[in-house]
Design a protein around this ligand. Structure first.
Ligand SMILES: CC(=O)[C@@H](O)[C@H](O)COP(=O)(O)O
Ligand SMILES: NCC(=O)COP(=O)(O)O
Length: 239
């Protein structure tokens, strides 16, 4: 079964627009779980443009599905994650000023650093996932870091899908097979939506988790959050 982890960054974006507490990030997370989310994902960026440090502490108290915290493993992130101890930490190579995540790790040149960070997080009982591009050369080095999982960066798939979905998914199927052979758990995320999700799932049925935020929250503006989460869950139930 592929779990749906709902990324609520954009709920915090809306809340921050007025400086009060509407929408309430904690309430939305609890409702999302009640509506069928099998995980909650947040990405507390250094500038706190959406999810703030305090949100992470507040959510850790109440999330009952899998809590997944994404971010660049600087001291701020590591201290936060080791204190909060989520089910999973997803390491992303984003510079502080990145408008969004736009690439995976170079696990060749960063292998030593990643190996130490993975071990430090695993010592705290946290499952680790490494954000990765669908390039074969990065997968054996990723395995050597000791990471539990990799998360396939799926923006290139989403961009290519409308023109030629078979071509767009091809590199992902190839590296997914390698990940499986290496014994790596397999997540996927970024720019997945109601149009492209089912084909990714059909093409890689053994995905452990997809984390979806931007498109899902945009869809919820039209369909409502409960209906939207159910719509995304149904896309993952394709045989
Ligand atoms: C790592 C990734 O691809 C996304 O989870 C990221 O969290 C999106 O960040 P923004 O919501 O800040 O665009
Ligand atoms: N790891 C991907 C994620 O959490 C959400 O990415 P997006 O759906 O907001 O692009």
């Amino acid at each position: 079964m592929t779990k749906l982890s709902v990324n609520i960054n954009k709920i915090a974006t809306l809340r921050n627009a007025r400086g009060a507490n509407n929408p309430d990030v904690v309430k939305v997370a609890l409702d999302a779980e009640r509506f069928g989310a099998q995980g909650i994902t947040v990405h507390p960026r250094p500038d706190e443009r959406h999810i703030r440090h305090q949100d992470v502490y507040d959510l850790a108290q109440v999330v009952t599905t899998e809590f997944n915290i994404e971010g660049y493993p600087d001291k701020r992130f590591m201290d936060l994650v080791k204190e909060v101890k989520p089910a999973q930490a997803t390491l992303v190579p984003d510079p502080p000023n990145a408008i969004t995540s736009n690439t995976g790790w170079d696990t060749i040149s960063n292998q030593g650093m990643l190996k130490d960070i993975v071990a430090e997080l695993q010592e705290s009982g946290i499952r680790v996932s490494i954000f990765i591009n669908p390039e074969v050369r990065y997968f054996e080095p990723a395995k050597l870091t000791g990471t539990d999982r990799v998360e396939l960066y799926t923006e290139p798939y989403a961009v290519g899908y409308p023109q030629n979905k078979e071509m767009a998914v091809k590199p992902y199927v190839e590296v997914a097979e390698i990940a499986k052979e290496l014994g790596l758990g397999l997540n996927a995320g970024h720019d997945l939506d109601l149009h492209n999700l089912a084909f990714l799932k059909q093409s890689i049925p053994y995905l452990d988790e997809v984390s979806i935020g931007h498109a899902l929250i945009c869809d919820a503006l039209y369909y409502g959050l409960e209906n939207t989460i159910q719509m995304y869950r149904r896309q993952l139930e394709v045989l």
